[in-house]
Design a protein around this ligand. Structure first.
Ligand code: SF4
Ligand code: ZN
Length: 343
């Protein structure tokens, strides 16, 4: 006997929602998924009428679903937002070039303007060239730091008021776990926030409308809506630490489906004891971007690449920042330590 949709009791159910275990038909699932994102947006007051919002678009399932749902809700509830797509081209042959083709198709399908900023034009380095110099172990550190700044720069070029990204509940729970495992209190406190205010010059506020959406449901939504997205993994994606957190979370979820939400709630409810030292945010002495050190992470990584000393931005070499800023030469010993590519 076919199972009827538990919401409309008319059509045949085609799926069991991972989040609620309800059996739903396609239309009722779409409605439930979109309404939950709408509730997230409204209750956290993510946007104001008239704002220009840049949707971080990679061509992957999360950002494609985000772009689609943002467009639907903007029209359905008259948010009054000017939406556009903002993409970063890291310069990864065989991966990003293909996924950007997907974004370009999405641009046509959703009729949204698109801006692509590339690492090559911003930093003079592609990820292909960076991997050649640094190898495949810390490449994601470079990529992640550069991407954050690239999105901000793209957003500023387009005079965007806010950036929204496709981070889902699984991503947030993974990040909570990673920060617990690393003992990174400052990030742990920030990572569950659904939106960040502008933290300083050159930083555009960000938000995550899919923060409470399960990855499994995003995949189902994209599948049943027949959305056009790119599903290949990055060719440089060892990113081992996040991978372990992900596997651990998936194992937990198999035993207890609410594990993802539970981890997020734990992260949200953690409070930091008074008197715990937090990094003080200032600005980078070279580029003006926010930084808790004399130089921002991006400038240090770039300096390391340009000097052929890739280790400069990996690990703690804060005392060298002042030296770099004032263009003093490093000692031979300092150079020797930073040169090795055995990391
Ligand atoms: Fe960049 Fe690493 Fe992501 Fe590839 S997996 S896009 S190198 S952060
Ligand atoms: Zn800088």
């Amino acid at each position: 006997m076919p199972v009827l949709c538990s919401s409309c009791a008319e059509k045949r159910a085609v799926l069991k929602r991972p989040k609620t275990a309800h059996s739903l038909c396609k239309e009722c699932f779409f409605w439930a998924f979109e309404e939950e994102v709408h509730q997230t947006i409204v209750s956290a007051q993510l946007f104001k009428h008239g704002e220009t919002v840049g949707i971080g678009a990679s061509g992957g399932k999360d950002s494609t679903v985000l772009a689609h749902v943002m467009k639907v809700l903007n029209e359905r509830y008259n948010y009054g937002l000017k939406l556009l797509l903002l993409s970063v081209d890291e310069g990864i042959t065989g991966y990003r070039d293909d996924s950007l083709e997907t974004v370009k198709r999405n641009q046509q399908q959703y009729e949204l303007p698109l801006k692509i900023v590339s690492y090559e034009e911003l930093y003079g380095w592609t990820m292909d060239a960076i991997v050649k110099q640094v190898g495949l172990k810390n490449n994601c550190t470079f990529c992640g730091v550069f991407r954050r700044q690239a999105l901000d720069r793209g957003a500023m070029m387009l005079k965007v008021d806010k950036i929204c990204t496709g981070h889902n509940a699984d991503d947030v729970a993974e990040t909570v776990l990673m920060n617990v495992l690393r003992g990174d209190i400052a990030r742990l406190r920030r990572c569950t926030a659904i939106s960040t205010a502008s933290e300083g010059e050159g930083v555009v506020p960000r938000c995550k409308p899919l923060k409470y959406a399960y990855e499994k449901e995003i995949v189902l939504y994209a599948y049943f809506k027949k959305l056009d997205y790119f599903s290949t993994e990055c060719i440089y994606s060892p990113n081992a630490y996040r991978g372990h957190a992900r596997t651990f979370l998936k194992d937990l979820e198999a035993v207890r489906p609410s594990a993802i939400m539970d981890v997020i709630h734990s992260g949200e409810n953690l409070s930091v004891r008074e008197g715990v030292k937090m990094p003080v945010q200032g600005t980078c002495g070279r580029c003006g971007y926010i930084s808790s050190q004399a130089l921002c992470k991006s400038c240090v990584l770039l300096e390391g690449l340009n000097r052929g000393l890739p280790r400069l931005g990996i690990g703690k070499h804060h005392r060298l920042h002042e030296k770099i800023l004032s263009q003093q030469p490093l000692t031979q010993e300092e150079e020797r330590k930073l040169k090795a590519v055995d990391f």
